[in-house]
Design a protein around this ligand. Structure first.
Ligand code: URA
Length: 210
Protein backbone atom coordinates (compact mmCIF):
# COMPACT_ATOMS: atom_id res chain seq x y z
CA UNK A 1 0.00 0.00 0.00
CA UNK A 2 1.15 3.53 -0.78
CA UNK A 3 3.20 4.98 2.10
CA UNK A 4 0.96 8.07 2.07
CA UNK A 5 -1.95 5.97 3.37
CA UNK A 6 -2.14 6.07 7.17
CA UNK A 7 -4.29 3.28 8.56
CA UNK A 8 -5.28 4.35 12.08
CA UNK A 9 -5.55 1.25 14.25
CA UNK A 10 -5.98 2.78 17.69
CA UNK A 11 -8.33 0.49 19.69
CA UNK A 12 -10.74 3.35 20.48
CA UNK A 13 -11.06 4.16 16.78
CA UNK A 14 -11.47 0.54 15.74
CA UNK A 15 -14.12 -0.04 18.44
CA UNK A 16 -16.10 2.98 17.32
CA UNK A 17 -15.79 1.94 13.67
CA UNK A 18 -17.38 -1.42 14.49
CA UNK A 19 -20.32 0.41 16.07
CA UNK A 20 -20.64 2.50 12.89
CA UNK A 21 -20.59 -0.59 10.68
CA UNK A 22 -23.39 -2.22 12.70
CA UNK A 23 -26.69 -1.70 10.88
CA UNK A 24 -28.51 -1.52 14.23
CA UNK A 25 -26.73 1.71 15.19
CA UNK A 26 -29.32 4.48 14.77
CA UNK A 27 -28.77 8.00 13.42
CA UNK A 28 -28.27 9.78 16.73
CA UNK A 29 -25.55 7.37 17.87
CA UNK A 30 -24.06 7.20 14.37
CA UNK A 31 -23.75 11.00 14.21
CA UNK A 32 -22.17 11.20 17.67
CA UNK A 33 -19.71 8.43 16.82
CA UNK A 34 -18.67 10.15 13.58
CA UNK A 35 -18.01 13.34 15.55
CA UNK A 36 -15.95 11.53 18.21
CA UNK A 37 -13.99 9.62 15.57
CA UNK A 38 -13.26 12.79 13.61
CA UNK A 39 -11.84 14.39 16.75
CA UNK A 40 -9.64 11.37 17.51
CA UNK A 41 -8.49 11.15 13.88
CA UNK A 42 -7.77 14.88 13.92
CA UNK A 43 -5.09 14.22 16.51
CA UNK A 44 -3.19 12.05 13.99
CA UNK A 45 -3.94 14.20 10.95
CA UNK A 46 -2.44 17.27 12.64
CA UNK A 47 0.62 15.46 14.01
CA UNK A 48 3.08 17.27 11.71
CA UNK A 49 1.71 20.82 11.94
CA UNK A 50 4.55 23.34 12.05
CA UNK A 51 5.29 24.94 15.41
CA UNK A 52 6.70 28.38 16.15
CA UNK A 53 8.59 29.31 19.27
CA UNK A 54 6.85 32.09 21.23
CA UNK A 55 7.84 33.98 24.34
CA UNK A 56 5.36 33.90 27.22
CA UNK A 57 5.41 34.53 30.95
CA UNK A 58 4.39 31.74 33.29
CA UNK A 59 3.39 32.73 36.85
CA UNK A 60 7.04 31.95 37.67
CA UNK A 61 9.17 33.44 34.90
CA UNK A 62 9.59 34.34 31.23
CA UNK A 63 10.07 31.36 28.89
CA UNK A 64 9.80 30.25 25.29
CA UNK A 65 7.26 27.66 24.26
CA UNK A 66 5.79 26.25 21.03
CA UNK A 67 2.54 27.20 19.33
CA UNK A 68 0.97 26.20 16.03
CA UNK A 69 2.06 28.86 13.59
CA UNK A 70 -0.07 31.23 11.54
CA UNK A 71 -2.78 30.57 9.02
CA UNK A 72 -2.28 26.91 8.61
CA UNK A 73 -5.42 24.94 8.08
CA UNK A 74 -8.71 24.71 6.28
CA UNK A 75 -11.21 21.92 6.73
CA UNK A 76 -13.15 21.15 3.57
CA UNK A 77 -16.03 18.70 3.83
CA UNK A 78 -17.41 17.14 0.68
CA UNK A 79 -21.18 17.66 0.92
CA UNK A 80 -23.09 16.20 2.36
CA UNK A 81 -21.65 13.30 4.37
CA UNK A 82 -18.35 15.12 5.00
CA UNK A 83 -20.25 17.64 7.15
CA UNK A 84 -20.62 14.96 9.81
CA UNK A 85 -16.87 15.11 10.51
CA UNK A 86 -16.53 18.90 10.74
CA UNK A 87 -17.67 19.51 14.33
CA UNK A 88 -15.26 16.91 15.69
CA UNK A 89 -12.40 18.57 13.83
CA UNK A 90 -13.46 22.07 14.94
CA UNK A 91 -13.49 21.00 18.57
CA UNK A 92 -9.76 20.33 18.14
CA UNK A 93 -9.08 23.25 15.80
CA UNK A 94 -11.57 25.98 16.70
CA UNK A 95 -9.93 28.68 14.55
CA UNK A 96 -9.64 26.63 11.35
CA UNK A 97 -11.53 27.98 8.34
CA UNK A 98 -14.14 25.77 6.74
CA UNK A 99 -14.75 25.55 2.99
CA UNK A 100 -17.40 23.43 1.28
CA UNK A 101 -17.37 21.40 -1.90
CA UNK A 102 -20.67 19.98 -3.16
CA UNK A 103 -20.43 16.90 -5.35
CA UNK A 104 -23.09 14.35 -6.08
CA UNK A 105 -22.64 11.03 -7.72
CA UNK A 106 -24.45 10.42 -11.01
CA UNK A 107 -26.09 7.09 -10.19
CA UNK A 108 -25.68 5.78 -13.75
CA UNK A 109 -22.10 6.77 -14.55
CA UNK A 110 -20.98 6.85 -10.86
CA UNK A 111 -19.07 10.04 -11.86
CA UNK A 112 -19.00 13.07 -9.51
CA UNK A 113 -20.79 16.26 -10.57
CA UNK A 114 -19.83 19.59 -8.88
CA UNK A 115 -22.79 21.73 -7.73
CA UNK A 116 -21.23 23.95 -5.03
CA UNK A 117 -17.84 25.36 -4.08
CA UNK A 118 -17.11 27.99 -1.43
CA UNK A 119 -13.57 28.20 -0.08
CA UNK A 120 -11.64 30.61 2.18
CA UNK A 121 -9.98 33.39 0.11
CA UNK A 122 -6.48 32.40 1.22
CA UNK A 123 -7.03 28.69 0.60
CA UNK A 124 -3.80 28.46 -1.44
CA UNK A 125 -1.79 29.31 1.73
CA UNK A 126 -3.39 26.62 3.86
CA UNK A 127 -3.01 22.91 4.32
CA UNK A 128 -6.43 21.54 3.42
CA UNK A 129 -8.01 18.62 5.26
CA UNK A 130 -10.79 17.11 3.16
CA UNK A 131 -13.43 15.25 5.16
CA UNK A 132 -15.31 12.49 3.34
CA UNK A 133 -16.46 9.47 5.37
CA UNK A 134 -16.41 7.03 2.43
CA UNK A 135 -13.69 6.73 -0.23
CA UNK A 136 -15.53 4.33 -2.53
CA UNK A 137 -14.74 4.61 -6.26
CA UNK A 138 -12.42 7.53 -5.52
CA UNK A 139 -14.18 9.73 -8.09
CA UNK A 140 -15.37 12.41 -5.64
CA UNK A 141 -12.01 12.68 -3.94
CA UNK A 142 -10.16 12.91 -7.27
CA UNK A 143 -12.54 15.68 -8.37
CA UNK A 144 -12.27 17.55 -5.04
CA UNK A 145 -8.47 17.38 -5.02
CA UNK A 146 -8.31 18.58 -8.67
CA UNK A 147 -10.60 21.49 -7.77
CA UNK A 148 -8.48 22.46 -4.75
CA UNK A 149 -5.28 22.27 -6.80
CA UNK A 150 -6.88 24.56 -9.40
CA UNK A 151 -7.12 27.14 -6.56
CA UNK A 152 -3.40 26.73 -5.87
CA UNK A 153 -3.63 24.43 -2.83
CA UNK A 154 -0.37 22.53 -2.38
CA UNK A 155 -0.83 20.43 0.74
CA UNK A 156 -3.86 18.16 0.95
CA UNK A 157 -4.79 15.53 3.53
CA UNK A 158 -7.89 13.39 3.23
CA UNK A 159 -9.80 12.01 6.21
CA UNK A 160 -12.05 9.03 5.50
CA UNK A 161 -13.68 6.59 7.89
CA UNK A 162 -13.69 3.71 5.41
CA UNK A 163 -11.85 3.39 2.10
CA UNK A 164 -11.85 0.76 -0.63
CA UNK A 165 -8.66 -0.62 -2.13
CA UNK A 166 -9.75 0.24 -5.73
CA UNK A 167 -10.73 3.76 -4.57
CA UNK A 168 -7.31 4.38 -3.04
CA UNK A 169 -5.62 3.18 -6.25
CA UNK A 170 -7.80 5.56 -8.28
CA UNK A 171 -6.87 8.54 -6.06
CA UNK A 172 -3.14 7.80 -6.30
CA UNK A 173 -3.36 7.30 -10.09
CA UNK A 174 -4.36 10.98 -10.30
CA UNK A 175 -2.88 12.56 -7.18
CA UNK A 176 0.15 10.66 -5.82
CA UNK A 177 1.03 13.55 -3.47
CA UNK A 178 -1.99 13.49 -1.11
CA UNK A 179 -2.10 11.79 2.27
CA UNK A 180 -5.07 9.59 3.15
CA UNK A 181 -6.02 8.86 6.78
CA UNK A 182 -8.50 6.05 7.30
CA UNK A 183 -9.73 3.50 9.81
CA UNK A 184 -10.20 0.70 7.28
CA UNK A 185 -9.36 -0.41 3.77
CA UNK A 186 -12.15 -2.71 2.55
CA UNK A 187 -11.41 -4.97 -0.39
CA UNK A 188 -14.20 -4.25 -2.82
CA UNK A 189 -17.20 -2.31 -4.09
CA UNK A 190 -20.58 -3.84 -4.90
CA UNK A 191 -22.27 -3.34 -8.28
CA UNK A 192 -23.76 0.02 -7.28
CA UNK A 193 -20.41 1.36 -6.04
CA UNK A 194 -20.91 0.82 -2.29
CA UNK A 195 -17.97 -0.23 -0.17
CA UNK A 196 -18.31 -3.86 0.93
CA UNK A 197 -18.66 -4.63 3.82
CA UNK A 198 -18.54 -0.84 4.42
CA UNK A 199 -21.18 0.79 6.58
CA UNK A 200 -23.90 1.67 4.08
CA UNK A 201 -24.72 5.20 2.96
CA UNK A 202 -22.87 7.47 5.40
CA UNK A 203 -24.94 10.57 4.51
CA UNK A 204 -28.25 8.78 5.03
CA UNK A 205 -27.07 7.31 8.32
CA UNK A 206 -25.74 10.67 9.62
CA UNK A 207 -28.83 12.64 8.64
CA UNK A 208 -31.48 9.93 9.08
CA UNK A 209 -32.70 10.21 5.51
CA UNK A 210 -33.24 6.54 4.74
N1 URA B 1 -21.01 6.47 -0.24
C1 URA B 1 -21.41 5.94 0.94
O1 URA B 1 -21.98 6.63 1.77
N2 URA B 1 -21.17 4.65 1.18
C2 URA B 1 -20.53 3.85 0.29
O2 URA B 1 -20.33 2.66 0.57
C3 URA B 1 -20.14 4.42 -0.94
C4 URA B 1 -20.38 5.73 -1.18
Amino acid sequence: MNENVKLLDHPLLQHKLTLLRDKNTGSKDFRELVKEIAMLMGYEVTRNLPLKETTIETPICKTTSNMISGKTLAIVPILRAGLGMVDGMLSLLPTAKVGHIGLYRNEETLQPVEYYCKLPKDIDKRTVIITEPMLATGGSIVAAVSLLKSYGVKHIKIMCLVTSRPGIEEVYAHHPDVQIFTLAIDEKLNDIGYITPGLGDAGDRIFGTK
